[in-house]
Design a protein around this ligand. Structure first.
Ligand SMILES: NC(=O)c1ccc[n+]([C@@H]2O[C@H](COP(=O)([O-])OP(=O)(O)OC[C@H]3O[C@@H](n4cnc5c(N)ncnc54)[C@H](OP(=O)(O)O)[C@@H]3O)[C@@H](O)[C@H]2O)c1
Length: 342
């Protein structure tokens, strides 16, 4: 009877600033599981393969996004698992499942019938590694695609500015925008990330830590579309430098996730310039755009037209540090924890 230690990434306390690995969240080895005999009660026994380390996990630790995590329970998010046993007719041993936000950070878990409504079985397309399905081919890529389609009102020759442009979402926004014929300005937090942006074909790439964002926007703008991943003073700088009728796609506000909220002072500019501000959430737009994404974006990822970069670590015990790295900007590319390779 195979009884295993069932490693888990647990919430230990709620952070007030940056999460502290080993204190805010920690890897725990106190649970055991017998994978042959554990009761499934109509559910699925799944082995965790990959987890997506996303900035919004910080929100679920703090409660400023829905579904605050419970203390002493595993975190949960986007991820990929393999079915080991199943009492659910829809899924079979060996199936690979993609989970929308509810994949628990534990090496083996029981996916209940209700939770199974939020997973899909899939086979990677040739040319796209499994892990890319939690990055450019999954939620972050879909965030970029749906936001631009729904709110961008993109017109060839316009100028878009993308903050956090080298990240999982940003790097897809800049590539789709280039394909649409936009002039693309992208900012990122290191020289290595700026180099990556140039490889992606970004027209004006700069390090916002060493170059003044306002100066770049004054020289290279005005801005027709702003893809906002950070909020705060960067958003203020953009509002000062937009064209009339600009669209601001508010996707994230990471500059305020770990301390004081990202305060914005320049909203009055939106009146005179008739700027449109759109709060963007990927989930509600999936049913409208998944098919178009599969048709337009997946083939371009498979043939290398769209590039992607991953920042992989190995072992669930690395998840706490990986989350801190994403929140501090130490990741270069989509942050992925490889929990098991088979
Ligand atoms: N609305 C939605 O449906 C949705 C879905 C997915 C993601 N998002 C949001 O999209 C944004 C990007 O997510 P992602 O998954 O692609 O993450 P990511 O860009 O791969 O990683 C996060 C990046 O944020 C930047 N950052 C961290 N602290 C910052 C700060 N104080 N000021 C400015 N930038 C900071 C860092 O890049 P630099 O080194 O370049 O600063 C870091 O690498 C986040 O705001 C996230 O919450 C929204």
């Amino acid at each position: 009877m195979p009884e295993f230690t069932n490693g888990r990434h647990l919430v230990k306390e709620y952070p007030s600033g940056y999460p502290i690995p080993g204190r805010t969240t920690a890897y725990d080895t106190s649970a055991k599981i017998n994978t042959d005999s554990v009761s499934l009660n109509g559910g699925i026994l799944a082995k965790l393969l990959l987890i997506s380390v996303d900035p919004y996990l910080r929100g679920r630790l703090a409660g400023y996004t829905p579904s605050k995590f419970a203390l002493e329970e595993p975190l949960a998010g986007y991820g990929i698992v393999k079915v080991i046993r199943s009492e659910n007719d829809k899924f079979h041993p060996g199936d690979i499942l993609y989970g929308n936000g509810r994949i628990r950070h534990e090496e083996y878990s029981i996916i209940t019938k209700e939770e199974a409504e939020h997973v899909v079985a899939f086979k990677p397309v040739d040319g796209i590694p499994l892990s890319v399905y939690i990055g450019a081919a999954g939620m972050p890529g879909l965030t970029a695609f749906t936001g631009l389609k729904e709110y961008g009102n993109v017109k060839k020759g316009e100028t878009i500015f993308v903050s956090t442009a080298a990240g999982a979402v940003g790097s897809m926004v800049v590539q789709i925008a280039k394909k649409e014929g936009l002039k693309v300005i992208g900012s990122a937090g290191s020289e290595e990330k700026v180099k990556f942006l140039k490889e992606l074909g970004v027209d004006v790439a700069f390090n916002y830590k060493t170059t003044d964002t306002r100066e770049v926007l004054q020289k290279e703008g005005p801005i027709d579309i702003y893809w906002d991943n950070v909020g705060g003073d960067t958003l203020d700088a953009v509002l000062e430098n937009t064209n009339e009728h600009a669209r601001v796609i508010m996707c994230g506000a990471i500059s305020g996730y770990n301390g004081e909220p990202a305060i914005v002072k320049n909203l009055m500019y939106t009146i005179y310039k008739q700027t449109k501000l759109y709060g963007h959430l990927v989930g509600p737009l999936l049913s409208k755009y998944q098919e178009a994404f599969d048709k337009d974006v997946i083939p371009k990822l498979a043939d290398g037209t769209y590039k992607h970069r991953e920042d992989k670590v190995y072992g669930l015990d690395k998840a706490s540090q990986a989350l801190l790295d994403v929140l501090k900007g130490a990741n270069v590319g989509k942050s992925v924890v490889v929990v098991s390779e088979d």
